[in-house]
Design a protein around this ligand. Structure first.
Ligand SMILES: Nc1nc2c(c(=O)[nH]1)N[C@H]1C(S)=C(S)[C@@H](COP(=O)(O)OP(=O)(O)OC[C@H]3O[C@@H](n4cnc5c(=O)[nH]c(N)nc54)[C@H](O)[C@@H]3O)O[C@H]1N2
Ligand SMILES: Nc1nc2c(c(=O)[nH]1)N[C@H]1C(S)=C(S)[C@@H](COP(=O)(O)OP(=O)(O)OC[C@H]3O[C@@H](n4cnc5c(=O)[nH]c(N)nc54)[C@H](O)[C@@H]3O)O[C@H]1N2
Ligand SMILES: [Mo]
Length: 648
């Protein structure tokens, strides 16, 4: 092991049991023990995802209106416990380790160094991070940004920061003069944000938790619930118990979608398990477009034979392009479909029949669909299948992308977007008396390219681990050192922090479970979940160190040191009371955020609304769009006999 490079060591183990169960409690116990579980932490976990508690930072799954007594999962508990570890990574730690030495540590070892406690600057001569005070950090960063061309700088956001912080972040970027606001979504559900919007006029899913209580069939494409959104397993379990069928399409047999032992139910802990998938089909990677075309073909055949399967009234009133899709599916060749999917025609026909007979269907998807070269086109094929039976915009039916980071969907809602057309710039111009930049900014991939070709000069990261998360890691990492300015606002040490630019700052922020005390008292923040509900979140635990600042204060600190004074831009007032930031958000999007300050406290949060759910289609044609798949492979091309595909 010692000879294996730090980033390639395997710390996984083989596992045959169900998801959840004793293993899950043991996993939590193990982490809690190792990190020193305190009474404070236990009290904190009990308030996780509850009304007037804090919202978990692990994933974006919905927080229900009637939470279970322990409304969190193994990974959510671990995420919180890991946020609240005893270990501290401050100036003392940094005095003992050079950055070159730390580059030899694994990602896990870096994280275990503990919470960052002090603002620090990289000292190249000593090859170490050294403490500086906040005022100096802000002043130096501001002084570095002022003379730069704003278009050469990037403000990244990683999906965890609250709606309040995110609003300030995008406002800072635009006041400074750019739309270079890439976020983790660019590497994740961009397919949803862009393609779904083209098809149905909504860049987010159309389902709410209630739909999961009424659907008859769920189609799961490339989403690993057990690891990535475990609280969703409870909804699946309940759906199974009332007779809903679940079809999973996934090249790997993911434990969480096979069997689940609910750690919140005694009967299950004593032996029972719920079988989640009725049909688990190990489709070939990238085979979904062919599969969906095959299912479409089957539905058309059944409709011809029996009538009444296809919702022709819905299609006529609400959609365009159906005939082309039908012609394409009729003409598709079964042998080709079988080759791309690795599934037999009879199996795909059975799936088509199940779908044709189900009164209401929800399609759920994740990275296994979105991250393919033709993810958007595959999503189009999935939307086609749903539209054929009017499965969007009625109870128990719809499309449900499962988002990743806990506020990644919300960041887009409040203006973190490199595409200015997604943001009410005129409104911002009027509210803050300035001329916002109108040029399209850089996506994450364009940032990687810009770092490599030298056109990006500064990267400010609100969370994240970009050097690890971006594609083409080796080239990005090699070029990162050429940046003039790197600013990382973070909670824990990670590999990106160990790749310094010419001037590099590491600024520690509070985690969501910690109390955020400002002059008007302890502050709430708010986040949006995968099902478009916006929740208040209140941290109550004592911060890891008194020298740590909240994310909004850090953003305001840098902004004040960078921008010329503007009487409409009152950073200090906003930080004194975050309700004032929420008032700005409400003023910017009055319909979505009506009565924000009150409604965010509603059990289960408030629904921001979705026109597609009401069958109002905000697309170019004003209708929902059927799209003909350009080919049958989601990989974008056919594989040769001597080629194979890897998945992550
Ligand atoms: N604890 C914890 N939870 C997290 C996160 C975290 O860091 N920690 N991260 C969050 C984030 S940002 C995200 S985006 C989500 C990601 O959560 P998911 O969307 O579940 O993404 P992956 O983990 O990549 O799993 C993708 C699944 O697709 C399957 N797959 C691969 N290729 C194909 C294919 O061609 N077709 C089909 N049908 N399936 C395929 C894979 O086998 C795998 O099961 O998790 C979130 N949840
Ligand atoms: N190889 C590989 N690459 C991937 C993926 C993958 O699975 N494998 N997944 C892709 C996907 S789906 C995504 S979303 C991206 C994610 O990529 P990134 O946005 O870069 O996100 P993370 O790796 O989750 O960032 C983790 C860091 O965020 C900081 N952090 C944690 N909590 C907070 C907080 O509350 N505030 C602040 N300011 N900082 C915090 C910590 O320092 C932590 O080390 O990566 C993408 N790239
Ligand atoms: Mo993600």
């Amino acid at each position: 092991m010692a000879d294996t490079p730090a980033d390639q060591r395997d710390d996984t183990a083989h596992f045959d049991g169900p998801a959840g169960g004793w293993g899950s409690l043991e996993g939590m116990g193990h982490v809690a023990g190792a990190e020193g579980l305190t009474l404070d932490m236990l009290a904190t976990l009990r308030r996780q995802n509850k009304n007037d508690g804090h919202m978990c930072t692990s994933c974006a799954w919905a927080k229900p209106a009637n939470p279970h007594i322990v409304e969190f999962c193994e990974n959510g508990a671990k995420a919180t416990i890991w946020d609240l570890v005893k270990a501290r990574c401050g100036p003392d730690f940094m005095a003992e380790h050079t950055v070159s030495e730390l580059r030899g540590w694994t990602d896990l070892e870096l994280e275990r160094a503990g919470r960052l406690t002090h603002p620090m600057r990289y000292d190249a001569a000593a090859d170490r991070y050294v403490e500086i005070d906040w005022a100096t950090a802000f002043a130096e960063i501001g002084a570095a940004l002022k003379p730069m061309n704003p278009k050469d700088t990037v403000f990244y956001a990683s999906g965890r920061a609250s709606l309040e912080t995110s609003y300030l972040w995008q406002l800072f970027a635009r006041l400074y003069g750019h739309n270079n606001l890439p976020d983790s979504s660019n590497m994740c559900h961009e397919t949803t944000s862009v393609a779904l919007a083209e098809f149905i006029g909504s860049s987010v899913g159309t389902c709410t938790l209630e739909d999961f209580e009424h659907c008859d069939l769920m189609l799961f494409l490339g989403q690993n619930t057990g690891s990535n959104s475990p609280r969703f397993l409870h909804n699946l379990q309940k759906a199974k118990e009332r007779g809903c069928r679940i079809i999973v399409l996934n090249p790997l047999r993911e434990t969480g979608l096979l069997r689940f032992r609910n750690p919140q139910r005694l009967t299950q802990m004593l032996g029972g398990v719920t079988e989640i998938a009725d049909h688990y089909l190990q489709i070939r990677p990238g085979g979904d477009m062919a599969l969906l075309t095959g299912m479409t073909k089957r539905v058309l055949e059944l409709d011809e034979a029996e009538g009444g399967i296809i919702d022709r009234d819905f299609i006529a009133e609400h959609t365009t392009g159906f005939e082309d899709v039908a012609a394409h599916a009729r003409a598709a060749d079964w042998a080709e479909i079988e080759a791309h999917t690795g599934l037999a025609r009879a199996v795909i026909e059975d799936l088509g029949t199940l779908y044709a007979r189900a009164p209401a269907t929800i399609a759920v998807y994740g990275m296994g669909l979105t991250q393919h070269v033709h993810g958007g086109k595959t999503l189009g094929a999935l939307v086609n299948l749903l539209l054929m039976r009017g499965n969007i915009g009625r109870p128990g039916a719809g499309i449900s992308p499962v988002r990743g980071h806990s506020n990644v969907q919300g960041q887009r809602t409040v203006g973190i977007a490199e595409r200015p057309e997604l943001v009410p710039l005129d409104k911002l111009a009027q509210m803050f008396d300035f001329d916002p930049p109108r040029e399209t900014g850089r996506t994450t991939v364009e940032v990687a390219e810009g770092v490599i070709d030298g056109s990006v000069r500064a990267v400010l990261s609100l969370g994240g681990n970009l050097v690890r998360a971006m594609p083409d890691i080796a080239r990005v990492e090699a070029a990162w050192g050429g940046l003039d300015l790197v600013v990382n606002i973070a909670t824990k040490l990670n590999r990106t922090h160990l790749v310094p630019g010419r001037a590099t700052y590491l600024l520690p922020c509070l985690v969501r479970a910690e109390e955020d005390e400002q002059t008007s008292g302890p502050q709430y923040v708010s986040v949006e979940d995968s099902l478009s509900h916006i929740h208040a979140s209140l941290g109550t635990i004592t911060p890891a160190a008194p020298s740590i600042l909240s994310e909004p204060s850090i953003v305001a600190g840098i902004a004040k040191a960078t921008l010329a004074p503007n009487p409409k831009v009152r950073w200090d007032d906003w930080i004194a009371d975050y309700a004032r930031i929420r008032a700005l958000i409400e003023e910017t999007w009055p319909e979505m955020f009506r009565d924000y300050e009150t409604r965010m406290h509603a059990p289960g949060g408030f629904y921001k609304g979705n026109k597609a759910r009401e069958r109002v289609w905000k697309t170019d044609s004003g209708k929902a769009q059927f799209t003909v798949p350009p080919q049958l492979s989601g990989l974008g091309r056919d594989l040769g006999d001597d080629e194979y595909t890897l998945i992550t």
